[in-house]
Design a protein around this ligand. Structure first.
Ligand code: ADP
Length: 328
């Protein structure tokens, strides 16, 4: 079966460490050839899920299906998956090319074939010119691309990435995420990328799987999860939303859907508590008279057209259709 048709599915997958339930009977079918992000706070079970898919951690209960076959008892090298680790785990005494070719050496592939394959992979990640260097002669971003080439040389159907950008500085992180997205598109295989960063997930993912407390809270396209969060947890975790109580019901209300108006002229009365200049936008934090914190994101133009300072009373208004009801 070609990589394009590869389907990864989790069926009631559970992971227990002693009495800790790290992953609690999760089921999910990943879209073939798509970029999926497992997103959630630290400790919610993302890495355990990824490690079970890779085979680096045993499955306590449930099944992991790749192209409809249960691979949950197979060793990592026989699943059609490859994993890229957070710390890259390169061998310090091996050259870049030998690091990339390592798994082929383990399989007994002869040297000239290995080096040709490593060269192709290094070409793919734009590092062919550095193939003779040792890992400590490379920058963080370059080491990361070596780790990627080393994972991809096994021609996996599913590439698993555990917080792959967290060790990079913010500038490089944005460059590398563009690179990851390009590679996924070019290779047409499924990427499953673990992150706790909502910006990273929104920028990269075709599909976001939001995890919380060992379970899947919500899954869907990046846009649908952002625009229609099911729960207060998802709305808060994705950021840019307020969770607001109105007449005893809970709603998500995007910070950029709110405007400031004269006291008495809006839907809610509040006091400004903080103003944060963000360049293109200004974030205004307010506290309503019923003690809810609500943020308003204004374009710099709208903000500077009127004055708004901490301590001032203000009205908050929005278009009714921008209120999104939450399940709780
Ligand atoms: P995340 O990747 O979302 O931060 P993890 O999957 O690493 O979450 O961890 C989920 C839960 O399982 C946490 O409570 C964590 O402490 C626990 N856990 C993870 N690995 C182990 C382990 N090897 N032994 C015991 N508990 C673990």
């Amino acid at each position: 079966m070609s990589a394009r048709q590869t389907e990864l599915e989790l069926v009631q997958v559970t992971k227990r460490y002693g009495t800790t339930v790290a992953v609690d009977a999760i089921s999910h079918r990943f879209q073939p050839s798509s970029y999926a992000c497992l997103l959630g706070p630290s400790g919610c079970g993302k890495s355990s899920t990824l490690r079970m898919i890779a085979g680096h951690e045993s499955v306590s209960e449930g099944a992991i299906l790749i192209s409809k076959r249960d691979v949950s008892t197979r060793p990592p090298a026989r699943r059609g998956t490859a994993m890229m680790f957070q710390n890259y785990a390169l061998f310090p005494h091996l050259s870049v090319a030998d690091n990339v070719a390592f798994s082929l050496r383990m399989k007994g592939v002869d040297k000239s074939q290995r080096m040709t394959a490593a060269g192709e992979m290094l070409e793919l990640v734009d590092l062919a010119h550095l193939s003779d260097r040792l890992p400590d002669q490379l920058s963080g971003g370059q080491q990361q691309r070596v780790a990627l080439a080393r994972a991809l040389i096994t021609r996996p159907q599913v590439l698993l990435l555990d917080e792959p950008l967290s060790a990079l500085d913010p500038f490089l992180r944005i460059r590398m995420r563009t690179e990851l997205k390009r590679l996924q598109r070019e290779l047409g295989i499924t990427f499953v990328h673990v992150t706790h960063g909502q910006d990273e997930a929104l920028a990269l993912a075709d599909e976001i799987v939001v995890m919380n407390n060992a379970g899947i809270e919500q899954a869907g396209s990046a846009r649908s999860v952002f625009e229609r969060p099911d729960t207060a947890f998802v709305a808060r975790f994705l950021g840019s939303h307020n969770v607001v109580q109105l007449d005893g019901e809970v709603f998500a209300l995007r910070a950029d859907a709110l405007t400031l108006c004269a006291p008495g002229a809006g839907h809610l009365e509040a006091n400004i508590t903080n103003v944060e200049y963000q360049g293109t936008h200004v974030s205004v934090t307010t506290r309503t008279y019923d003690n809810q914190e609500i943020s308003v994101l204004l374009s710099d133009r709208d903000f500077f057209a009127h004055s708004a300072n901490p301590g001032e009373p203000v009205g908050l208004s929005w278009a009714q259709e921008t209120l999104h009801r939450l399940q709780g």
